[in-house]
Design a binder for this molecule. Sequence first.
Ligand SMILES: *Cc1c(COP(=O)(O)O)cnc(C)c1O
Length: 439
Amino acid sequence: MSAMCISTNASTERYSLRQALTMGLAPDGGLLMPESLPRMPQAFLDSLPGMSFQEIAYALGRALLGDLLDDGALRRLITEAFSFPLPLRRLSDKLSVLELFHGPSLAFKDVGARFMAALLQELRALAAPETTILVATSGDTGAAVAHAFYKRPGFRVVVLYPSKRISTLQEQQIATLGGNVTAVEVIGTFDDCQRLVKQALLDREINEQMDLSSANSINLARLLPQIFYYFYALSQLPKDSLPVVFAVPSGNLGNLCAGLFAARMGLPHHKFVAALNANTALKDFFSSGVLTPRPAQATISNAMDVGNPSNMARIVHLYGADLNLLRSDIAVSSHSDTQTRAALAELQQRYGYIADPHTAVGYLGAKEYAADFSSAWHTVVLATAHPAKFAEALAGVVTLPTELPAALQAARQGKKYSILAPPDFAAIKRILLAESSSG
Ligand SMILES: *Cc1c(COP(=O)(O)O)cnc(C)c1O
C-alpha cells in the first residue's frame, strides 16, 4: 500500500499518492502532502555511513512510494534522475557544505525536476496523448524543468520567463535547447508569468485540446526527492558529528519543508536554520504569528526573492499550526546584500571556498546560530547553486576560476530561440494551441 495524501486546506477529502503526484494543486486549492510520513527503522540509520546516494534514495523512495512503482521502475527512475554527484565538502570540524548543484542546470532544483520528470514518465500510460508541461520561472526553475523533460518522449515543455529580468546565462539555459522545449519571453514580470500559467491551467478550451500540466515548486513530486539528500549528508559525516544543524537558504521554503519531512522520518538533527535574505515573511510569521504576504524585494540571492512563500501552508500543517513547536525546531535569520557580499569574501578567505550568493546566505544563518561555530554542533549548509551561475553578483567580491563549467559553456554558446509575447492570456493561448497542433 502507498500512503494517502491530504490537502492543506483541511477538507476531509483524501487523494491517492498517484493522484497527488500528478496533480499540481488539490481541487480545493490547497497544497498536497502525505497524510503521514513513514518512520525509518533504526537499522537504516545505522547503515547510512558509506551508503551511496542511490541506495539511500531507493530505501526512502520505497518507504514513501509504497507499491506505486515496482522495484525495477524505482531503481530505473533513481539511476536516471540522479546521474550527478551531491558531495559534502568539509570546510572545518564544525562546518560542511552539501553541494546540490552538479546537475545539468547547476542548481539544486535539478534534484526535484529530474525526479518529477522520470516519475511522470514511469506513471504514464503507453498510449497517452502528449503532455505539455507549462512552467513560469524567475530563473532557476525554468532551466531545471526544461533540462529534465528535454528529449523525453511524450512530453513537451513551455517555459514562460520575464523578459530582461533573468540573467543572460539563465536565459541561455532555457532558450537554447529547442526540440521539445519552447521558451516564451514574456514582456512583463515573474508574477505575470505565474498568473498566465494559472489561467492556462483553468482554461476549458486549452484543456479540451491538450493534456496540460505544470511543474512549479508546489508540486509534491518535486518536493519528495529533496528528503533524500538530508540523509545522504549524514552518511558522509563521522558519527561523532551528530546530531547536526542544517542551514537552509530559503525562498519558497520547499527545501526547508523537505528537511522537516526528513525529520519526521527519523533524520537525526539538532536544529534547522531557515536563512533568508531581505524577504522575511517566515521571520515575521515566527515573531507575530500572523502571515502577511508582501511584494518580493530584489536581492543578489534572487531565487530567494519570495514575498509569499508557497510551502508555508505545508509547514504550518505539519506542525498542527503550533507556533511554539515550530520555533523549537526552526531558527530563522535574515541577511542583507551587504552582509552576503562580506560572507562571500569571508568564505574565500577563511576556507578557500567560493560560494554563490544563496549559499552565502545559508552560511550567514549557520554562523549566527552556531555563534561563529564556537557551539558544540556541526553545521551542514545546503549549497544550492554553482557560483559560476551568479558571476555578475560575485564580480569584484571573489575571484572566480576563468573556466566555466561545461554545462554553462554549452548554454552560453548556443543560439537563442524564444517567442516574444505580451503579458496577456490571448497571446499565450495562441502559442500553446499552435504548439500542440504542430505536434
Ligand atoms: C529556488 C532556490 C532557493 C530557494 O529554495 P526554496 O526551496 O524555494 O526555499 C535557494 N537557492 C537557489 C539557488 C534556488 O534556485
